[in-house]
Design a protein around this ligand. Structure first.
Ligand code: ZN
Length: 336
């Protein structure tokens, strides 16, 4: 079993990214950001907060709470400040937010977000279509955020991560050359990134590619930065890809409850990999997540209630635990 040696858990003021130090992997909830960003119906603020609280009670230690994009672009995040603030008040939760620019980072930092993420796409056409900026312009904006972070007193500094999206494929450009992912990663690490979130944004990857690219990224940058796997289940390979990344040494993963979200290019496809299934996969393999599935499953009701039209994905929630199955967490507790 792999250890968490690649994860710098002592991230800020001694605060750790997971509530339970006895975990082997970190499964981060991103449904509130990645899932909700393509949902048109506004998810009420207090229900977003309830979702986070209940997941934390189930053992989820890290959540990407919102995105600080201008509300006219994504009204779903018009309450970003309020949500980020509420997330910061949840005991033990590692709060991550996304920002599109320096101004977003300044607001997020003033609220006290633990981690600020900035996304760039490996595909130049995806950048042009999505944010109407070139990769050089994005890198310049990222450098401004680095400068801003470095200007803050140590105790106010956030962890700065860069998300490399469409790392395996893009609906405009098709397959992505792994060498261009390595080049972009190098630019962001040298610019001051402390974590690389490597995303298969539209579900193009297969496990063989994932194992190879994550192996190369961790070999090259793993001693300086954390590498997190962000997989979408667009073509059903998301969970297999997550395990392939784990085998390559990755121990941090994004997922969303009930696989909320989707893919604007494939309306019936799922969004991020399903949190519950990811937790089940690891736990059944003896890899500790710190998350209690029995408490996690009922949290789906919050999504069901607020987004009755959205399909809820997830094989574990559908089938339940296998007969006689004991979660690793429970085994460990019994042994201690
Ligand atoms: Zn995503």
């Amino acid at each position: 079993m792999l250890s968490t040696k690649n994860v710098k858990l002592n991230l800020r003021d001694g605060k750790v990214m997971t509530m339970n130090p006895h975990t082997d992997v970190i499964c981060r909830e991103v449904g509130l950001r990645d899932g909700l960003q393509i949902v048109d119906i506004f998810f009420p603020t207090d229900e977003k907060i309830r979702w986070m609280r209940e997941e934390v009670a189930a053992g989820v230690g890290s959540i990407q709470a919102c995105s600080f994009v201008p509300p006219n672009r994504l009204p779903q995040f018009k309450d970003a400040e309020q949500v980020a603030r509420a997330a910061g008040e949840i005991e033990g939760l590692w709060v991550s937010v996304l920002v599109p620019n320096l101004m977003g980072a300044e607001i997020a930092a003033s609220i006290g977000a633990d981690e600020i993420g900035f996304i760039t796409s490996v595909s130049e056409s995806h950048n042009a279509a999505n944010v109407r900026r070139t990769s050089d312009e994005l890198l310049n904006e990222f450098r401004k955020i680095v400068e801003f972070r470095n200007s803050l007193p140590t105790e106010k500094r956030f962890k700065l991560t860069s998300g490399l999206s469409t790392a395996f494929g893009c609906s405009i450009e098709g397959a992505i050359d792994p060498a261009s992912v390595m080049r972009l990663a190098e630019k962001y690490v040298s610019a001051g990134s402390e974590m690389l979130t490597v995303g298969d944004t539209v579900g193009y990857a297969n496990p063989v590619q994932v194992k190879k690219l994550f192996g190369e990224l961790i070999a090259e940058f793993g001693s300086d930065v954390d590498v997190l796997g962000h997989f979408h289940d667009t073509r059903g390979l998301g969970i297999a890809n997550a395990f392939a990344a784990y085998e390559a040494g990755c121990v941090m993963f994004d997922a969303s409850l009930a696989g909320l979200g989707g893919c604007p290019y494939a309306p019936t496809a799922t969004g991020n990999i399903v949190m519950e299934d990811l937790v089940f996969m690891f736990e059944s393999a003896g890899i500790r997540t710190g998350i209690d599935l029995e408490k996690l499953i009922p949290v789906r009701k919050i999504i069901e209630k607020n987004l009755p039209e959205e399909p809820l994905h997830g094989a574990f929630a559908e089938a339940g635990a296998p007969k006689g199955f004991v979660f690793v967490a429970n085994k460990t507790e019994a042994a201690e």
